[in-house]
Design a protein around this ligand. Structure first.
Ligand SMILES: Cc1cc2nc3c(=O)[nH]c(=O)nc-3n(C[C@H](O)[C@H](O)[C@H](O)COP(=O)(O)O)c2cc1C
Length: 335
């Protein structure tokens, strides 16, 4: 599957409206592999996107979140009360959701999508085999050597190794505190010794020299998220794009405050204010803080928006995908 792509460059799935069909299709048309993000989307909305990709007729992948059991003993009420007081709003405490897991698996099979990646866990052997029987290439997001080993045991075709530098959520199997903080390249060396299946690397990759370095160190391909956020084809809102392009923020931070799971984003007041209170209850907090984040966007308050970004965010480039891909390929001497 990875050999079918002209270049070993994957556009990371980015939930929350960033990975549009236009973005994924443009990456694939320009020799990489574009990914749709199924997370937080209804199966109906995902099906529409898959149909559009099929119509365009390029290779693509679909990323699905693996549902996790929620620790019930955690107190969400205290956080909810504090947020309601601060924001003068009534917030809804949503029921736990599996993000339409079964329906999404059915769609992957129905359309025999070229590739599927899974995040926040590893589907069991039967599910992986069932998808592979439809010709689907299976990638599991992992954050350390142990998860990579489990993914290989479950029959995955490849792992996507996410380093500490990565923007967005930590894709660890458990919603745990930080277990692994070595730089991506060191992690790659260990994981390569642990598993035989191809290792895709993700986290902080913004320029071609990094791609060349990781491929040299044995990565089968690289996956870039933040680097694509400011592309014309990305669905990121203008405030978010501007915050990145104009270098309005000076650092990123891992936080649980927005969703209940560790995620890296532009460091802002919201993270500081609630870090000590926000419980590790995902995805409940994602839904709990949703209306606050919407309100923040409407009032152009970037101090309360979740703007996921990796550690390389200051090197983001605003341009159409075609141009960015050409630059990355030239810088990495891939052509
Ligand atoms: C805005 C944003 C949204 C993301 N959403 C997803 C997602 O839906 N599924 C997923 O597996 N990873 C997601 N990620 C993580 C990426 O797959 C990848 O690990 C990360 O972007 C790599 O780091 P980088 O952003 O520094 O390139 C997201 C990352 C960002 C920046």
């Amino acid at each position: 599957m990875l050999e079918k792509c002209k270049y070993p460059i994957i556009q990371a799935p980015m939930a929350g409206g960033i990975s549009t069909v236009a973005l994924a299709a443009a990456v694939s048309k320009n020799g990489g592999l574009g990914f749709l993000a199924a997370g937080y989307k209804t199966a109906g909305a995902l099906e529409k996107e898959i149909l559009e990709m099929e119509q365009i007729g390029v290779l693509y992948g679909v990323n699905v979140f693996v549902p996790s059991k929620e620790p019930v003993e955690q107190d969400v009420g205290t956080y909810k009360t504090l947020l309601e007081k601060d924001w003068d709003m009534e917030l809804e405490l949503p029921a736990w959701s599996d993000d339409e897991w079964q329906q999404k698996l059915t769609l992957l099979k129905r359309y025999k999508v070229p590739a599927a990646s899974f995040t926040f866990g590893c589907p069991n052997k039967e599910i992986i085999k069932d998808l592979q029987e439809q010709g689907i290439y299976i990638i599991i997001t992992v954050t350390d050597a142990n998860e990579a080993r489990l993914a290989q045991q479950a029959g995955a075709d490849a792992v996507c190794l996410q380093g500490i530098e990565a923007g967005g959520h930590r894709g660890s199997f458990e919603n745990s505190d930080l277990q692994e903080s070595r730089p991506l390249i060191d992690l790659l060396r260990e994981v390569r010794k642990t598993v035989e299946i191809p290792v895709i690397t993700a986290g902080g990759i913004m320029e071609g020299w990094q791609i060349a370095e990781l491929i040299q160190a044995g990565a089968a391909a690289v996956q870039l998220g933040t680097a694509f956020i400011c592309c014309e084809e990305s669905g990121a809102n203008q405030l978010y794009k501007r915050a990145l392009i104009e270098r309005q923020f000076t650092s990123t931070k891992l936080t649980r405050t927005f969703t209940g799971r560790l995620a890296r984003g532009l460091e802002n007041d919201f993270m500081h204010r609630y870090e000590a209170v926000a419980p590790a209850v995902y995805p409940t907090l994602h839904f709990l803080t949703q209306s606050i984040r919407k309100k923040a966007l409407a009032s152009e308050n970037t101090q309360a928006m979740s703007m996921w970004a990796g550690e390389g965010f200051q090197r983001v480039r605003a341009m159409p995908v075609k141009e960015l891909m050409e630059k990355l390929v030239a810088e990495a001497s891939l052509s």
